[in-house]
Design a protein around this ligand. Structure first.
Ligand code: IPE
Length: 270
């Protein structure tokens, strides 16, 4: 789908991830909604928004072991998690609608089915129809039905790369709480260097650097994100990983301006 983009907003941006109860980060959501509104005025491109779950999903998923590879799972835990995500989607949508942005929540748990955690079936029509009628489909990381394990967690990152492949969308934006990719954890290591661009030529080298870092939390998560992106056999594939907690950064990313780390893959995955 030409001129389409997918924006993923991480759970640590969209929620207060460390909160004990599900808490939206209203300031960040408002900033991002404003940036999307600004972009919509200047662009006739299409957009899909995917978000993480943060404090609306992770504590419940952990408590009910929804991601464990066994089928003895608590059915009530599953519906409590999907309901919590619907609650988050409703709050996010209300903030976007206040900025006149036509964000259209489409429940991930109703659209995707997985087998052992990977998507095997989905229902494209609501997403396609929303796009064709000028809406912005909004999906999120969620608990979903899994063929082997009854229920399983499906991350927003997998939803994003799956949609990129199926809908042939080659522009992916990752709004995170860090300014892109660093060679080590920038909060702890003064030697950490910012990586401006990852491409076919330096992919393997950057991946090794992230793997070698002692701080698996930050760079390990980043390594997973980059690997998932690289393995998605859509080419050319352009992405940006940027700091979505900063005002106007989402607007800049949507406009294709230099923010965070750019990723450009043209050659098929090795
Ligand atoms: C997790 O989705 C979904 C649930 C725990 C229900 P993500 O992996 O996309 O969420 P974040 O970005 O880590 O919060």
């Amino acid at each position: 789908m030409p001129r389409s983009k997918i924006l993923k907003i991480g759970g640590s941006v969209i929620t207060r991830k460390d909160a004990k109860t599900p808490t939206l980060n209203r300031k960040h959501v408002r900033q991002i909604a404003r940036d999307v509104a600004r972009w919509l005025k200047k662009s006739d491109g299409r957009l899909i928004v995917v978000s993480g779950a943060g404090s609306f999903g992770h504590p419940l998923a952990r408590a009910y072991q929804l991601n464990a590879p066994h089928a003895q799972k608590d059915a009530l835990g599953f519906v409590r998690t999907t309901a919590s995500m619907l609650n988050m989607a409703q709050q996010v949508a209300a903030i976007f609608h206040a900025q006149d942005v036509p964000l259209c929540p489409i429940a991930t748990s109703s659209v995707f089915t997985t087998a052992d955690g990977r998507i095997t079936a989905w229902h494209a029509t609501p997403i396609l129809h929303a796009l064709e009628t000028g809406l912005i489909p909004y999906l999120w990381g969620d608990a979903v039905f899994d063929l082997q394990h009854r229920y399983r967690i499906l991350s927003g990152d997998q939803v994003m790369t799956f949609l990129a492949l199926k809908l042939e969308i080659g522009e992916l934006l990752y709004g995170t709480d860090v300014d892109g990719v660093y060679t080590a954890d920038p909060h702890r290591d003064p030697q950490a260097a910012h990586v401006a661009e990852i491409n076919d030529a330096n992919y393997a080298q950057v991946r090794e650097l992230l793997g070698a870092s002692a701080h698996a939390d930050v760079t390990g998560g980043m390594r997973g994100k980059i690997e998932e992106l690289y393995r998605t056999p859509k080419r050319p594939l352009r992405a940006v990983i940027y700091d979505a907690t900063r005002p106007r950064n989402t607007y800049r990313a949507l406009r294709g301006k230099a923010v965070g780390t750019r990723l450009v893959f043209r050659a098929p995955p090795a």
